[in-house]
Ligand binder design. Sequence first.
Ligand SMILES: NC(=O)c1ccc[n+]([C@@H]2O[C@H](COP(=O)([O-])OP(=O)(O)OC[C@H]3O[C@@H](n4cnc5c(N)ncnc54)[C@H](OP(=O)(O)O)[C@@H]3O)[C@@H](O)[C@H]2O)c1
Length: 269
Amino acid sequence: MKAIITGASSGMGAEMARILSRKGYDVVLVSRTRENLEKVAKDIKTKVDIVPLDLTVEANCHKLYDLYKDEDIDILINCAGSGVYGFLDKTNMEDELQSIKLDVIAVQILTKLFYEKFMRENKGRIMNVSSIAAFQPGPLMASYYASKVYVYSLTIALYEEIRRRKRNVKVHVLCPGPTKTNFIKKCGVSFAVKEMSCERVCEYAIKQMFKDKLIIIPGPLYKLMKFAERFSPETFTIKFAYRMQKKKADRLVKQEKRRAKLESKKQVK
Ligand SMILES: NC(=O)c1ccc[n+]([C@@H]2O[C@H](COP(=O)([O-])OP(=O)(O)OC[C@H]3O[C@@H](n4cnc5c(N)ncnc54)[C@H](OP(=O)(O)O)[C@@H]3O)[C@@H](O)[C@H]2O)c1
């Protein structure tokens, strides 16, 4: 039994690799940083391959597939992801595009290639890591939220393709809420709600995956949120999403007001 996990050098990818290894799976750990992958590999008791690749480079996604296309792969978890925080008119264009390459393009390429393989073989699972960000637009992380909608929609569409053709391939979309990992620090976001523990989120995710659940939402609050979203107009949910990321947003708004004040003072002089 073998699983490929992207974003396996930290956070949820690393934790899901550890859990799958405890269940007897050999694991393929993918991310950019060899050193961090090697640290994770120390906890793995089954066979482990370390594949350092930058998945924002399309050719590297194909390379990963080529490495494993002739092997017996049971699970692909597309977990690598990044996001950019801030008002869209203030964020860096290149950072935004790099995130989209990872969160959308890499997920698209790897999902399609392994989906083709799994459909041919009539076996295999793909778990794509989206987010509760897929449930409503996200002011202050606008592109990230949009990316996660893509991942969510893509995965759910495949479920119906598989069902119609009665094939034995499984797809899953994991939609965590704020979770304690490096992600929050890297994006520079801080949430108004308490983060869930990474271990709890991943234990739940893997358990639900083996129960063949399509949409996996860890935590009762976020399940409720998904339910409530059906009855809430988007003009309301965007306010909620803004509040979720509020602490840092307040600081940004203050900074912007201060800057505007200084500039208007300068103009008066
Ligand atoms: N934490 C949250 O609150 C939260 C909530 C909902 C959804 N998510 C999603 O969960 C997933 C995992 O994030 P996490 O929270 O576990 O964060 P994390 O600890 O920052 O993990 C991100 C992983 O992606 C890898 N990565 C980043 N850029 C890459 C690239 N260009 N090529 C290959 N790998 C790359 C990182 O490794 P290297 O730096 O070594 O490349 C790392 O292993 C992401 O898709 C994220 O959007 C997170």
